[in-house]
Structures are given as C-alpha cells and as structure tokens.
Design a protein around this ligand. Structure first.
Ligand code: FAD
Ligand code: EPU
Length: 335
C-alpha cells in the first residue's frame, strides 16, 4: 500500500520530523516492482533503519522501506560458511544469529544499528573489522533498467566508510540481499585496546566470539547514545586521513593526538579528539548539540530540525579547519 504525506520521524534515528509525499514498504522483488510501476518519474529514497541519514527538508518523492527478510546458508566450503541474508533484516539480529550458530567474523560489528542492505553502502566498520572483511557478494536491482545484478567484492569498490554505491552508482541500485563468508574456525580479533581492557576486566583469557560480542556491546553502550533515548546517527563525521606533515604540525602544538598509520605518508586522525579540542564536546544549543561522551556524535534532544543540526556540523567543520588545518567530511547522508 502506498501512503501519502507520511511523517518520517519514527523512520530515522535522529528523530527528525519531515514529510514524505509517498511512503511504502516492500518485502519482495515483486512488491518493489509494483511500487516502482506507480512512481512515474518521482524521486526514490530506499530506507533501511534510517540510522545514517539526516533529513533537512521534506522528501518530494517515494520513500520505500526495505523489509525483505531471509537467512539462507548457500554453501559450506573448507572452514567457511556462506550466508545469504535479506536486505531488510536487522543487522544486529543477523550478528546475534551468527554468534548462536558459531559463525565467526561478524562479532566485532555487534550493536551497529540499521539493516543488512545498508551494511555495504558505507562498508560499516567497528573495533578493527569492516564489512568488506566478510563480504562475498550482493544482489541489487537497477532502478532504471529493472535488471538484477550480482556485485562481487571488487565491484563494490569498498573503502573506509565508502563504496561504489555512495559514488558512481549513487541512487542507481536497490540492494536486495547480501552474502557473507563466515568462519567456522574462529579467528578472534581482539586487537582493539578497548576490547582487550574489557576482557581483562572480566578475567577472560581465551575469548569466544560471544565474549568479543559482549565486550563490544558493553563498550558501545557506554560510549554511544541509544537512539531510542537521544536522537543521533552515530559518528556524524569520518575520521580524516591526512599527510604526515599535518599530523606533525598538530603534535608540535598539542599533546599527543590519537592517530593510526594508514601508509608511510598517511595517517588517520581521531575526529572526536579534534572536535573535543576545538571546545565542542557536550555543547548544547537549544534542543540539539554534541554528545557529552563522544564528540563525533551530534544529537537531537527533542524536536530539533535537521537543518539546524546541519548548520551545527558546518560550524564544527569551519572551526576544526581553522584550528588544525584539517577538513572534516560528513559520514551521515544528508537529504
Ligand atoms: P539508512 O540510514 O536507512 O540508509 C543509509 C543509506 O543507505 C541511504 O543513502 C539509503 O538510501 C541507503 N540504503 C539503505 N538501504 C539500502 C538498500 N537496501 N539498497 C540501496 N540503498 C540503501 N556505522 C558504522 O559503520 N560503524 C559503527 O560503529 C556505527 N555505529 C553507529 C551507532 C549509532 C548509535 C548509530 C545511530 C549509527 C551508527 N552507525 C555506524 C551508522 C549506521 O548504523 C550504519 O551506517 C548502518 O549501516 C545504516 O543502516 P540503515 O539501514 O539504518 O541505513
Ligand atoms: N576521542 C576523543 N574525544 C571524543 C571522542 C574520541 O578524544 O570525544 C578519542 C578517543 O579517546 C580515542 C579516539 O578518539 O583515542 C578514537 O575514539 P573511539 O575509539 O571512540 O572511536 P572513533 O574514532 O570516535 C570510530 C568509528 C565508530 C566505531 C568506533 C569503534 C568513524 C567515523 N567512527 O569512532 O563508528 O564504532 O571507531 O571502532 O570511523 C560510525 O561510523 O557511526 C561509528 C560509530
């Protein structure tokens, strides 16, 4: 059923209220095609959990929410199991299912909000793992040609919080399912300092994938605001990748800045640190602001407007540029 004039407040984790001309859900390719047949030339926005979107204005077009379900083991080879998952499945529920079944590789990505279909969009990542590390292929529907296509890992052109679907193929495809390659022989990735600290605190020496997932859930619940209580979309900005010289210049003026080498010449800086040093952490402007525990996260305390949150992000970008000569890029999709 296609609804008219729908408030999208409950469909985005920022909790921003904007109107959509048309709204529909689909749980199969057939239903998707029926909706697309009625759209004429209207714009389309595919929505998963709405956890990486900031709406700044009403949406003049069709918002279509992906609810395609499914969890199918398609192959078992050597020590791997291949699982094809419907794009409308909830990411964290998929992770929990893998852990119950003893399928390893996805545990570090516990508690990331959103849908399976959006996981390749920005190559979601956390605690030393990115979706590309367990990605096999995805199936997507071309909105114009109406043809299905399988994308291999190489074809997705994954990068840090990036893929071809945010660039060359933006708004061209609807992801219907994703196939992941998981491990039956567990290789634990506890390289991230915070995970090690959490395991140590609990006296765990040989962690299982469930132990890693529990540790990640604990760390995340402590640091990141729960969107059910405070509107947000996780990290608003990406961590910037800069030349060695910029890092050295900052180090000359400030105490140690958290950084991670990417190559001999390039370093990733912690945007949260830059924003905190620029004095924005915990700042509250009317009913929105910068989170008190994590300066990378912008928050909506009640009925803030998306446009005001966007303006705040511009002020932060300008300030960080002026103080450190570093240009922050937004991670969240602005609409
Ligand atoms: P949406 O917000 O609904 O959509 C995001 C984009 O993908 C939109 O452009 C949309 O049009 C497009 N899209 C969605 N589904 C499809 C589809 N099936 N086909 C084609 N296009 C589609 N991200 C991380 O990487 N790491 C983290 O640690 C992390 N932590 C977070 C913590 C919190 C508290 C929150 C609120 C967010 C966090 N995020 C994190 C961001 C977010 O959870 C991820 O980007 C997630 O993958 C978004 O999924 P979604 O279904 O909500 O996508
Ligand atoms: N930091 C500060 N002040 C802050 C926040 C962070 O100084 O207010 C410092 C921390 O002390 C630490 C460093 O910055 O030294 C990194 O902080 P943290 O480990 O919290 O990670 P992050 O870089 O802020 C990134 C991802 C998160 C992901 C975590 C864990 C990006 C943009 N963000 O955050 O992803 O969950 O690492 O891997 O890469 C998301 O993308 O939405 C997201 C939440």
């Amino acid at each position: 059923m296609i609804l008219k004039n729908v408030d999208l407040k409950k469909y985005n984790t920022f909790g921003v209220s904007v109107n959509s001309d048309r709204f529909a859900t689909f749980s199969s390719l057939d239903e998707l095609e029926q909706i697309l047949a009625k759209r004429n030339k209207s714009k389309i926005l595919v929505l998963g959990g709405g956890s990486n979107i900031l709406f700044t204005k009403d949406f003049k077009g069709f918002v279509i929410k992906n609810e395609i379900k499914g969890f199918e083991i398609t192959n078992r080879k050597n020590n791997n199991v291949y699982v094809k998952v419907g794009a409308g499945e909830i990411w964290h529920e998929f992770v929990m299912k893998c852990i119950d079944l003893g399928f390893a590789g996805v545990e570090n990505l516990s508690l990331i909000p959103g849908s399976v279909g959006a996981s390749p969009m920005q190559n979601i990542g956390a605690y030393g793992v990115e979706v590309k590390d367990l990605f096999l292929e995805l199936e997507a529907y071309n909105i114009e040609s109406r043809k299905l296509k399988i994308f291999s890992k190489e074809e997705c052109e994954f990068g840090y919080r990036d893929s071809i679907f945010k660039n060359k193929l933006k708004d061209k495809y609807i992801i219907l399912s994703v196939t992941y390659k998981l491990d039956l022989k567990h290789k634990i990735n506890s390289s991230y300092g915070a995970i090690q600290d959490e395991l140590k605190k609990n006296g765990i020496i040989n962690p299982t994938i469930k132990d890693i997932s529990d540790a990640v859930i604990k760390i995340r619940s402590h640091k990141l605001p729960n969107p059910k209580k405070i509107g947000n979309a996780g990290s608003f900005f990406k961590n910037p990748i800069v030349d060695k010289k910029i890092l050295y210049d900052i180090e000359k003026k400030y105490n140690k800045i958290p950084n991670y080498p990417i190559s001999e010449k390039k370093f990733k800086l912690a945007a949260g640190w830059l924003i905190e040093q620029a004095g924005w952490k915990g700042k509250k402007i009317e009913n929105y602001g910068v989170h008190k525990n994590q300066a990378l996260v912008l928050v909506n305390y009640s009925d803030a407007k998306g446009i005001d949150i966007l303006k705040l992000s511009n002020q932060i970008i300008n300030d960080v540029k002026e103080k450190f000569g570093v240009i922050l890029e937004r991670e969240v999709n602005i609409l």
